[in-house]
Write a protein that binds this ligand. Structure first.
Ligand SMILES: NC(=O)c1ccc[n+]([C@@H]2O[C@H](COP(=O)([O-])OP(=O)(O)OC[C@H]3O[C@@H](n4cnc5c(N)ncnc54)[C@H](OP(=O)(O)O)[C@@H]3O)[C@@H](O)[C@H]2O)c1
Length: 283
């Protein structure tokens, strides 16, 4: 598993983690999701992303089961919902997440997306959680550069460690401003929905055919090629969600081959980044 520096934090983390949105459901679906998370952990995908929003807390409960006995190996990320992100609300939401996750600390806690509560209140609460040892690092999600600057300016002692943003072959908007800014500030970028949240290019499409051809050369699947391409920049981490062990194996081994310059250019042409600044995409 490819590992890289997580922004300014000094930590080295796996470039490919695991998402947990929509892992809840029938007993069988949840059993498979837990099995998949555990298989991913065994393969080194120890960065796990969850949120109080996912399944109204059910995803966090399932993560707790998946990481039982191996908590210390995991870099655990959760998020506070914007409408809970007042000062008191953030502290309470974090306490609820910790309880569901059966742990006494989160490695990273993010504001899920922009909130109507003043950013200063949320940041003050996140700083308190760091001071109290409930979270190791704080960050945001779905923040463009101007929102990131506001969040940073609202902090007194801490620094933003991470911005979690939408990034897949069909939406490369972050490459315009978010990525360069985060690189300069040493803020880790966590790419969510790397497969377009179920909208991966079909094999019959032009883009799908090109991914297939490149994959065949490396004995890799089109998704592995796509994920590998997204990870070509050293500040990017990616958190695909897989509901079964077959998918998790495929995803977790997407970083152990190298695309040539020519292959990256082909992908770049068929899935181009926008030619001008665009509002940050969001799912
Ligand atoms: N901060 C935010 O606002 C935000 C927003 C969205 C997502 N996220 C985070 O990012 C994570 C990933 O994003 P996502 O869940 O939206 O979508 P995604 O990872 O882009 O795609 C997940 C979909 O791809 C399928 N899939 C995964 N691996 C596959 C494989 N190897 N072969 C075939 N199909 C495969 C999954 O099916 P199976 O389930 O059948 O494997 C699922 O339908 C989320 O789970 C969540 O943790 C954050």
């Amino acid at each position: 598993m490819l590992a890289r520096r997580f922004g300014w934090t000094g930590l080295t983390l796996p470039a490919i983690g695991q998402g947990t949105w929509k892992i809840e459901g029938s007993r069988e679906k949840e059993r498979q999701a837990i099995e998949a998370l555990q298989a991913g952990i065994e393969m080194g995908a120890t960065l796990i992303d969850t949120a109080e929003m996912y399944g109204n807390g059910r995803a966090e409960e399932l993560v707790a089961e998946a990481i039982r006995g191996v908590r210390s190996k995991i870099f655990l990320v959760s998020k506070v919902l914007p409408w809970n992100a007042s000062y008191e609300g953030t502290l309470k939401a974090c306490a609820r997440s910790l309880k569901r996750l059966h742990t006494d600390y989160l490695d990273l806690y993010l504001l899920h997306w922009e909130s109507n509560h003043p950013i200063g209140e949320t940041m003050r609460a996140l700083e308190k959680l760091v001071r109290d040892g409930s979270i190791r690092f704080l960050g945001v999600s779905n923040f463009d550069v101007s929102r990131l600057k506001e969040a940073q300016a609202a902090l007194t002692n801490e620094r933003i460690a991470c911005d979690q943003v939408l990034y897949h072959l069909g939406d490369r908007g972050i490459e315009r401003t978010v990525l360069p800014y985060c690189r300069g500030e040493e803020i880790a970028v966590m790419a969510y929905s790397p497969f377009g949240s179920g909208q991966f290019p079909p094999s019959r499409s032009r883009g799908g055919r090109i991914l297939g051809e490149i994959g065949a050369r490396h004995k890799r699947s089109p998704r592995q090629v796509g994920l590998n391409f997204l990870l070509r920049r050293s500040e990017v981490f990616s958190i695909p969600k897989a509901g079964n062990t077959k998918h998790v194996h495929e995803n977790a081994s997407a970083s152990d081959f190298e695309l040539s310059q020519e292959e990256m250019e082909r992908i770049d042409r068929v899935f181009p980044a926008p030619g001008r600044d665009t509002p940050l995409g969001m799912i």
